[in-house]
Design a protein. Sequence first.
Length: 271
Amino acid sequence: MIGQQSKSKITLFEAVLHNLTTLQRCLMFTFAFLVMSAIVFAEKTNIASFFFASLPMGLGLTSNFITPLVTLGLLALSSAAYFGIVYATKMSTPPRQDTNRSGFLSELQLTLVFGACFGLLTAILCSLIFVIAEPHLPQAFLKYHQIFGSLDIALILVTATVLSTLYLGLLMLPLSLLLSRLSEREGNVTPIKLTTRIILTSSLIASLFVALLIAIITSTFSINLIVFSVIISVITATALGLLYWFVGLEASIIGNVVYCLLVSYLANIFL
């Protein structure tokens, strides 16, 4: 995807006119947004409890966080829509006529299955790391496992999708645009090298932010907790990046959904 950005670029209007796949992706994005909006409306009580109730039901945030959370969500949605559809279209090859519906559905099915399998493996790996690290983590962090008992499937789906949107839309994709522009000045930067640089850089930034956020929420700055948070976040963010750049946007989102579902299920049973 990245290596093709030097080719002649096309506008979104031209892509929609000539590339059925782009139009289908826009329609899928719109459909997913409507479904997520319906789930959020139906689960508004549980979502509010997750953010604003005290332990063991939620994170215990105050009402002052409502406006920043809503603003951040809308910004992430807009950014993900642009960078995931428009920017990806501009970096793609010239449009080709492909109206084979069965071919598109087969490709989509393969993408979703691959993403689900990748998310499953990532969840198992992170769970094993947690089992090894648990005796060395502070109790101030471990007590938050009680929150998993208040999560239902719909709320986990919303959380996983929003987290994917935040990571892709507000961090990795804008960062890829910046690094792509910088690579043009360097010259002789291969697509694989540039993609690796994007994934590693965005994963590291995200992991440091998550570690700091966890430390603030749990009111503990344990070195063990920071190292654990960074390792888990790097693995998860790297998996999302690999799925996006080498498989597709759908695979990245479904991979995170499967990851969150399995991790929540294991935490609810064994913790």
